[in-house]
Design a protein around this ligand. Structure first.
Ligand code: TYM
Length: 349
């Protein structure tokens, strides 16, 4: 059977890149068939990865509130808790257990090659003025926990944005290494599923990806933004001109700013590929393009924002929804872990 797994950090409400790059794909996968035969049924697990969030020191109360807010936002985006198993990672202890077991067969060299780790290392070295970077061990082993997430459910498909593809390749390497070490075809090889908008860029610097951790709030749209905030951020987005009379074109290398807006428009209006959206918008100047993107963004995001707010008025209900998902996730994880523990010689049952 096909099994889908994906995760998101509890950052409070998601930003537009999270939504267009992955959440929307999770919503779509709920209603569609997977696999070469086009008719394969599948289960989908969506985890709010609060253990991963600990790699950035957070206030405990804030982390708990952000986790609940993320759950509300996911449901508002269309994640149906009856069709997707929606749960907090920390509610299923086998994630941490499998993380340990996989860490014990993963060479540190594989982790040192991860670009996200390398850039964190660089950032911290700069902050520390080139002195002792005092990097947390959790940042290095972060992708091992991610591999554990995916492999625990024997996931076959993992819908993510482009920035997670390398981590997923590592998960495949770890899976293959495990199967070989213990001479069992226990883990299927998980495949990344990308959308057309797998890399939404910052509105201020279109050469960097849109990110929740960007210190410039103007650089991202979040699913909590008011219509006025959405409008102001898009109006101030960095654009580039293609020469007199060029109009709107899609050319990410030459015109990253305009192309990012086209990509956002295309995703919001469901036009593919992006060049087709550019053709539709060709006659507009940059400020008309921004007006079109703003209109599309508000049409999609305002209902999600309002529904998130409505859901957050009843935190007990969100909590109950998560708990129901966690019962299902724990049952699957316990059965899977028993088999893994048996395989590597640990106590099981
Ligand atoms: P996170 O929480 O940073 O992001 C969640 C998802 O959003 C995608 N994404 C983007 N897509 C397009 N454009 C962007 N600018 C953009 N920014 C973020 C991410 O690729 C991701 O799919 N480590 C993961 C969470 C995780 C996970 C997993 C994912 C933990 N375990 C197992 C898949 C499978 C993360 O930090 O995602």
């Amino acid at each position: 059977v096909a099994r889908v797994f994906s995760g998101i950090q509890p950052t409070g409400v998601p930003q537009l890149g999270n939504y267009l790059g992955s959440i929307r794909n999770w919503v779509r996968l709920q209603g569609s068939a997977l696999g070469a035969d086009g008719a394969q049924a599948h289960e989908q697990y969506i985890s709010i990865v609060d253990l991963h969030a600990l790699t950035v020191p957070r206030d405990p109360g804030r982390l708990r509130a952000d986790t609940l807010e993320m759950a509300a936002a996911l449901v508002a985006c269309g994640i149906d808790p009856a069709r997707s198993v929606l749960f907090r990672q920390s509610a299923v202890p086998q994630h941490a257990q499998l993380h340990w077991a996989l860490g014990c067969i993963t060479p540190v060299g594989w982790l040192n090659r991860m670009t996200q780790w390398k850039s964190k290392q660089q950032q911290q070295q700069q902050l520390a003025g080139g002195g002792d970077p005092s990097l947390l061990a959790g940042l290095l082993t972060y992708p091992v926990l991610m591999a554990a997430d995916v492999l625990l459910y024997r996931a076959t498909h993992v819908p993510v944005g482009e920035d997670q593809v390398q981590h997923l390749e590592l998960a495949r390497d770890i899976a293959a290494h495990f199967n070989k070490t213990f001479r069992r075809a226990l883990f299927p090889m998980p495949r990344a599923l990308l959308t057309e908008s797998a890399r939404i860029m910052s509105l201020r610097d279109p050469l960097r990806k849109m990110s929740k951790s960007d210190p410039l709030t103007q650089a991202r749209i979040t699913l909590a933004d008011s219509d006025a905030e959405i409008r102001a951020k898009i109006q101030r987005a960095t654009t580039d001109c293609g020469g007199a009379g060029a109009g709107v074109t899609y050319d990410p290398a030459a015109r990253p700013g305009v192309s990012n807006l086209v990509a956002i428009y295309a995703a919001l209006r469901d036009v593919a590929p992006q060049a087709a959206a550019a053709a539709e918008l060709r006659s507009l100047n940059n400020s008309q393009l921004k007006a079109a993107v703003t209109e599309a963004a508000i049409a999609t995001l305002a209902p999600i924002r309002d529904e998130t707010r409505r859901l957050l008025r009843d935190p007990a209900h969100i909590e109950a929804t998560l708990r129901a998902g966690e019962d299902r996730a724990r049952a699957a994880a316990a059965a899977s872990w028993a088999e893994i523990a048996e395989c590597i010689g640990l106590r099981h049952h």
